[in-house]
Ligand binder design. Structure first.
Ligand SMILES: [Mg+2]
Length: 254
């Protein structure tokens, strides 16, 4: 199936059936991947400055019903997989988009249908706290990788921002600004802490007037509790948040 066929198949899934040509959207200040930040030791986020996001939103996503359509994704084994084929990869460069259908489907959803793209990823192997970011190799590797992924997505998405939230693991005792067990637990999927962090960011950038459109928003992730899946964290995360859920194979038309 070529890209045109894919897009037309994907377009049929769009609510109105009418699909505009992807237009070039003026980019917000790039790259948003360079702006990773650590909260306590439980959350890593890579977000555009709120003013830049607000400007983008007002120009491209705003609509009369004051609702934001979110298309959210797990990262590993949903959007990307390792290039080497090894489960956990060999460093920050060992990744690729998982199938050829990922980019065209994302282009349709994000650049054409104007959903806001968000990534929610459990990254228990990142050990970092906000005052010790310089000494954490796992955090540095993650920022390198996420910057590469966001840069690779940028052309496809016509400059639309991608918001990234990662639940990091509990670091060692040398980290003085460690978050508590409860914060780590609540941030990790299938708990809803990362979704709440998204809502806080959106409120901070856009004010109370806007809310996520829970009817139209969706979440895609591979941990569905199927035979062969070792977890159902993605399916349960969507359920806990109250989002429509699809497995990657369906969403990405594989
Ligand atoms: Mg996954």
């Amino acid at each position: 199936m070529d890209i045109t066929q894919l897009l037309s198949k994907s377009a049929k899934k769009a609510e109105n059936g009418s699909v505009a040509e992807p237009k070039t959207l003026p980019s917000i200040k790039k790259p948003n991947g360079g702006r990773c930040k650590v909260t306590g030791s439980h959350l890593v986020s890579c977000l555009p400055p709120k003013d830049d996001f607000k400007a983008f939103f007002e120009e491209h996503l705003q609509n009369d019903n004051k609702k934001i359509k979110v298309a959210a994704f797990d990262m590993d084994d949903t959007l990307i997989c390792t290039r080497s084929g090894i489960k956990f990869g060999r460093g920050p460069h060992d990744w690729k988009f998982r199938t050829d259908t990922i980019l065209p489907v994302l282009q349709q959803k994000i650049a054409v249908e104007r959903y806001l793209m968000v990534i929610f990823t459990n990254q228990g192997s990142i050990s970092v706290s906000e005052n010790l970011t310089q000494t954490s190799k796992s955090y540095r590797n993650f920022t390198i990788k996420i910057t590469q992924i966001l840069t690779a997505l940028d052309t496809t998405l016509k400059g639309a921002p991608v918001l990234v939230f990662a639940a990091s693991g509990r670091p060692g005792r040398s980290h003085t600004m460690r978050s508590g067990e409860e914060e780590h637990f609540h941030t990790r999927k299938p708990q809803t802490g990362m979704w709440e962090a998204l809502e806080t960011y959106l409120r901070g950038a856009l004010g109370d007037e806007y809310e996520v459109d829970m009817e139209k928003s969706l979440y895609v992730g591979d941990a569905a509790g199927r035979e062969g899946d070792h977890l159902a964290d993605d399916r349960n995360f969507a359920k806990n948040v109250g989002l429509y859920y699809e497995v990657p194979e369906d969403f990405f038309l594989e």
